[in-house]
Ligand binder design. Structure first.
Ligand SMILES: C[S@@+](CC[C@H](N)C(=O)[O-])C[C@H]1O[C@@H](n2cnc3c(N)ncnc32)[C@H](O)[C@@H]1O
Ligand SMILES: [Mg+2]
Length: 367
């Protein structure tokens, strides 16, 4: 197998840049709904738990970092919310001190469209902005230099596809599948242990970078207990994509081997998995962990107002780059047209299932 065919060992694959029809900037309202669902909770966490002691003693600037920010506007909305919440707390707790200056760091892979991010920064922002390129699966900041670390719908992206999925002789070989929703338990295990390794590295790095008393807030797609992977909103959406690939194999447009060697590097963890990883790391106190909208309210709302085409546009904005690297750009329009039709055809299933999916929401405080 050529190294190019080994999708998991390549990367990173950025979201679509710019502000065109297929850009992430124009196709990220579903992710925004996730952020909206927890915005109030982040404000509450800051009000109740953020340590103001060092800040009140004056003169310090407050450093916020968004890990996996992509392009705007979601990241700008999130930073603004954090900033306003911190400022509010500061004004009540340290009324005699001068409000700190804010520095926002926007992190994503170096291939992210930072130019678009910078040119769309809100003009009336009350913070200094800087881009920080590189994988969050590793160190990005000096020791104890961040007061607030944030990440939304990014940590479910794995650093790579687990290698055994590509090995024909492994019991985890993911034949005819692109994900772990409808496949062998061994494949699910391989995904889950890759996620564990990645989170361990992420938490280790953030533990060094976040000051004592500083916060780490993470939001990402989660897996409710006792519900098959294929019944979550994300699982279903990917299953339709997989089924489009298989239709294209049957029609001789792409080869079966290409589908075999393609696997999406994403994983939705359960709350228990996440808690265990945080505990194993040991550097953070858990202030809050929850699986919000476990009944699927969020997704139901979204799906009822989103047509197949809009869902297709979201998936395309996030996956076009990765899919075209593996299968070639020539299949992209065909693939996503099929996808839109399939989602519209099965729309009732997306709408009628009661347990669409869930969002993991975690608030940690550095010990
Ligand atoms: C779905 S977007 C979410 C963007 C934004 N946080 C939001 O909520 O709209 C996921 C982002 O995570 C980034 N990402 C994935 N893996 C990453 C890594 N290892 N290091 C840094 N960024 C990463 C991707 O490049 C992408 O921009
Ligand atoms: Mg495969």
């Amino acid at each position: 197998m050529s190294s190019k065919a080994r999708i998991g060992l390549l990367g990173p694959f950025p979201m679509n840049g710019g502000d065109g029809t297929h850009s992430y900037a124009k196709n990220s309202t579903l992710q925004r709904k996730s952020a909206d669902a927890v915005r109030g909770k982040i404000g509450e966490a800051i009000a109740e738990k953020l340590d103001m002691e060092t800040l009140c003693s004056g003169g310090k600037s407050f450093h916020i970092a968004d890990f996996g920010c992509s392009t705007g506007p979601n990241t700008f909305i999130a930073i603004q919310n954090i900033l306003e919440s911190v400022e509010r707390k500061f004004k009540t707790q340290c009324p005699t001190s001068q409000t700190p200056e804010f520095q926002a760091f926007f992190n994503d892979q170096a291939s992210n469209d930072f130019n678009s991010l910078f040119t769309t920064l809100p003009l009336d922002r009350q913070y200094f902005a800087a881009g920080v390129p590189g994988s969050f699966h590793g160190r990005l900041f000096p020791d104890s230099s961040l007061h607030f670390a944030y990440s939304s719908t990014a940590l479910h992206w794995l650093s790579k596809v687990p290698e055994e999925l590509l090995d024909k002789n492994s019991p985890s070989f993911n034949k005819g599948r692109i994900y772990y929703t409808n496949t062998l338990d061994k494949v699910v295990d391989a995904y889950s242990s890759q996620f564990a390794k990645d989170m361990e590295i992420f938490l280790d790095a953030r533990a060094k970078e976040v000051v004592a008393g500083g916060m780490l807030v993470m939001t990402m797609p989660g897996q409710p207990n006792g519900i098959p992977h294929c019944q979550t909103g994300l699982g279903m959406s990917i299953d339709y994509l997989e089924s489009c690939f298989l239709d294209m194999v049957n029609e001789g447009i792409i080869s079966e081997a290409k589908v075999d060697s393609f696997n999406l590097p994403m994983y939705s963890a359960t709350l228990e998995e996440m808690k265990e990883l945080i505990q194993r790391n040991g550097s953070f106190n858990v202030e809050k962990t929850e699986l919000t909208m476990a009944n699927g309210e969020l997704q139901l709302q979204s799906y009822s107002s989103y047509t197949g085409r809009i869902l297709q546009m979201h998936l395309r904005a996030g996956m076009e780059e990765m899919i075209s690297k593996h299968f070639g750009t020539e299949i992209i329009d065909d693939l996503f047209d099929r996808y839109a039709m399939k989602v519209e055809y099965f729309f009732h299933r997306l709408q009628s299932s009661e347990r669409k999916g869930a969002l993991l929401f975690v608030v940690l405080k550095r010990k």
